[in-house]
Design a protein around this ligand. Structure first.
Ligand code: ATP
Ligand code: MG
Length: 777
């Protein structure tokens, strides 16, 4: 038979825990965004999609390499959308082999080849074997149904399987009902002819039946054991009651064990007293009283909490330096500061440890630097995420009188660490919430205050616990969300975004070797050329940190691993062309977000939690009565900047060579297109004025020029924050000419030299200077 041609691209619905079969109707729950997009795309064209199981259900965004090679073309019968996704009913049509993937913007598409339909061969010599297996499988399925539901098993079997005429469809139905693993289901789907299908299903069902029966036996056994336990328990209680009456209080083994554990913990005097009181209370309780478990869990916590155990600090500076360098590229200032701090600890062990706060965009190494410090000092490391935490009790615990009470995260962290002096990293403290359940920031203040945290009280523990040996490191994306008093207690260290060159160096020295090992490749098999790396940095990622870059490298390594396994070759270097073949089309094919701006458009620079970003301002003239219209969800301050900009242009019209008539006789509409950027703050003032000026004069702003700065009503340009991040973002976005407020000049020294060399930076203190800079050539 000739090879059928590949079918055109079809949307894919990846399945985590099931397989769709031809002729069978399936109800599927769809939750992932990309899967929902695939559904929508399919619903729009022909209602057909390919349902195919994932190799690993944990992969959230699978590509072709994460899917089983054989899936099922299916028709959508119905989609019911709900809050968390959708419920779909699909009817399987034909088996298909996936061939090539094509990542559409928001879902995965593949081209595919239809496979032959499996049918029962009637005249061949295998017919009798197939027939025998068919009946055997029917019997097994019936038996399984009966073991699972002894009352209605027969009826269920009849209704779902017996009613189907076609034997192959019957087998598919059995495979989809029998609670099989995805691998087993896939085996049935992959079977190319009736004999192998029957055979595969027979093996699976035989095994399954054995497992189910075994499970039933085990469950019965367990029930017997439980009865036995209850009996013992009652007897023990009676024994205790008798002993109590006779005045010879004996201790349960359980309690004895706990006591031994507590003895070992070498508790401080005052705590020992409290513990003894609780222990004797426990002895008087009946072991199945609900209080018993609560008291027991409490004592267990005390026994497990570290009261004395600590690790010895390794404060050798040369060693620390080496570890820090081993783990991270660059970050000189931060490393220096850490070494200074270690030096102080060495000279004066009594000194209060500072609370460090690492601030910077995502993926610049805040968390991993914390781990590295722990490694350098030889301390235990525990990380707690505070993002979205509203409830003070999460930090400080609930009183034990609450049902299901637990200690707070701090005590849990120390318990996990098992020593009194771990490094506790409090991640995302800028994302702390605050509501009626209390103010976690206030609790945090007490926790971090060296004057108070020697006697930290967790509501659950309800005993003083000494946190003063803990080294706290906090992280945040911005300082904005952090309450002032909390901020005052911390020593802020900024980690800013990386330039292209820095990213490439980080990739070479850290990310590539790591991903290479992950994928099981050696150096010759994953040998990435300089151009290819640059392309990955510029064309596949656009971020301040290197997290996405690491992901892209990981993806490349996995694709490469597959090539190596399938084609057994490859010593060649990976060049840009091969990168595109392996990773698909470039995500950011052009440097610049926009080419050839029309008059009225100007690029500004914004500073966000994710680093910096280029933000376009568009102005156009409208009829007079409109005055100033603003759209694009602008904040109050930004709206005011827009009005101020127009007023200033009017008042300085002559000086700026503008016609006052035009300004008076037209209204303006200023729009800042959507984007993930929160649009407020004064730093777009200069950009607004430039966009307006360009609209009034019809002169276009060069497309490689971006600016930032606050504008006063008298035309002065005031300094703004986040210059380094903004300029890095501008550079990333292909901007080469930048205008910044003169008063920000000192911030420019923080830029990496390679970036500075490529940027033509103009300093301006008045709008006039800005406009000259923009339009002079
Ligand atoms: N300078 C660097 N040298 C080597 N690796 C780095 C560097 N900066 C970041 N990385 C690597 O990048 C990855 C992401 O870093 P990390 O998770 O620490 O980011 P983060 O700053 O904590 O981000 P977030 O704010 O999202 O939590 C890690 O694998 C880290 O090792
Ligand atoms: Mg982090």
């Amino acid at each position: 038979m000739s090879e059928p041609a590949d079918q055109p691209i079809c949307p894919v619905l990846p399945l985590k825990d099931t397989v769709v079969y031809p002729e069978i109707v399936h109800h599927l729950a769809v939750g992932r965004t990309r899967s929902l997009a695939a559904l929508t795309a399919a619903a729009e064209k022909g209602r057909e999609l390919i349902a195919v199981a994932q190799l690993d259900p944990a992969v959230e965004d699978p590509g072709l390499e994460d899917l089983h090679p054989i899936g099922t073309l299916a028709r959508i019968n119905r989609i019911e959308k709900h809050e968390h996704g959708a419920q779909v009913i699909v009817q399987g049509l034909r088996r298909v082999a996936l061939s090539r993937d094509q990542r559409e913007a928001d879902y995965l598409g593949v081209s595919y080849r239809e496979l032959d339909t499996v049918a029962v061969a009637d005249a061949s010599d295998k017919a009798s074997t197939v027939d025998a297996l068919l009946r055997e499988n029917q019997r097994l399925a019936q038996q399984i149904a009966n073991v699972l539901d002894s009352e209605n098993g027969d009826q269920i079997y009849q209704q779902f399987v017996g009613s189907i005429a076609d034997p192959i469809t019957q087998m598919y139905r059995i495979a989809s009902l029998a609670n099989l693993t995805v691998e087993q289901q896939q085996m049935v789907l992959a079977a190319a002819d009736s004999l192998s299908l029957m055979q595969a299903l027979h093996n699976i069902l035989t095994h399954e039946l054995q497992v189910i029966e075994l499970r039933r036996q085990i469950a019965e056994q367990a029930r017997d054991d439980l009865d036995q336990q209850q009996r013992e328990h009652v007897l023990r209680q009676q024994k205790r009651a008798i002993e109590h009456a006779l005045g010879e209080e004996g201790e349960d083994e359980d309690i004895a064990e706990l006591k031994a554990q507590l003895d070992q913990a070498e508790l401080p005097e005052s705590i020992r007293k409290e513990v003894d009181r609780e222990l004797s209370r426990l002895g008087r309780m009946s072991a199945n009283a609900s209080d018993y478990q609560v008291a027991r869990a409490y004592l267990e916590l005390i026994a497990e909490l570290p009261w004395h155990q600590s690790t010895e600090d390794q404060l050798e500076l040369a060693h620390a330096r080496q570890v820090l360098d081993e783990d991270h590229y660059g970050l000189e200032d931060v490393k220096e500061r850490i070494l200074e701090f270690l030096a102080v600890m060495k000279l004066n062990p009594q000194a209060k440890a500072p609370i460090l706060c690492f601030v910077g965009p995502p993926g610049v190494g805040k968390t991993s630097l914390g781990k590295s410090i722990a490694r350098a000092m030889g301390r235990k490391f525990e990380r707690l995420s505070l993002g979205g935490l509203h409830d003070e009790a999460e930090l400080r615990g609930h009183r034990r009188t609450y049902i299901g009470a637990m200690p707070g995260r701090i005590i849990q962290g120390v318990r996990r660490a098992g020593v009194i002096n771990p490094i506790l990293m409090l991640d995302e403290i800028d994302k702390l919430g605050r509501d009626f359940r209390g103010d976690p920031a206030a609790a945090l203040m007490e926790i971090l205050d060296p004057a108070q945290n020697q006697e930290f009280r967790d509501n659950y523990l309800n005993l003083p616990y000494d946190l003063s040996h803990v080294l706290f490191i906090t992280t945040a994306n911005t300082l904005e969300g952090i309450p002032r008093p909390l901020l005052d207690r911390m020593e802020v260290l900024e980690l800013s975004g990386y330039s292209d060159m820095e990213k490439q160096a980080i990739a070479r020295q850290y990310l590539i070797p790591r991903q290479r090992t992950e994928a099981g490749l050696d150096e010759s098999q994953l040998n990435i050329s300089a151009q290819a790396l640059q392309q990955m940095v510029r064309r596949y990622t656009r971020e301040a940190g290197v997290r996405e870059l690491e992901r892209v490298i990981g993806r490349l390594a996995r694709k490469r691993a597959r090539q190596v396994v399938e084609e057994q070759m490859l010593e060649e270097q990976i060049d840009p062309e091969l990168v595109t073949t392996l990773l698909g089309p470039e995500k950011y094919p052009s440097d610049k977000a926009r080419d050839n701006l029309t008059p009225g458009v100007a690029a500004g620079l914004a500073w966000t939690e994710a680093g910096g970003d280029v933000l376009y301002v568009e102005a156009s003239l409208t009829q007079k009565d409109d005055k100033v219209t603003l759209t694009g969800h602008l904040g109050q301050v930004m709206q005011e900047s827009a009005r101020a900009a127009r007023s200033y242009l009017w008042s300085a019209a002559e000086e700026l060579d503008l016609s006052r008539d035009t300004i008076e006789s037209t209204g303006v509409h200023i729009h800042v297109p959507a984007g993930a950027v929160p649009k407020d703050g004064p730093s777009a003032g200069v950009t607004m004025a430039t966009a307006l000026y360009s609209a009034y004069t019809g002169k276009a702003v060069p497309d490689d020029l971006a600016m930032t700065g606050e504008l006063t009503l008298s035309g002065l340009v005031l300094p703004v924050g986040g210059i380094k991040e903004k300029l890095l973002a501008a550079h990333r976005a292909g901007m080469r000419r930048i205008i910044v407020p003169r008063d920000n000049e000192s911030d420019l020294s923080k830029l990496p030299q390679t970036v500075r060399d490529e940027l033509n930076i103009t300093l301006a203190s008045t709008l006039k200077e800005v406009l000259t800079g923009v339009f002079s050539n």
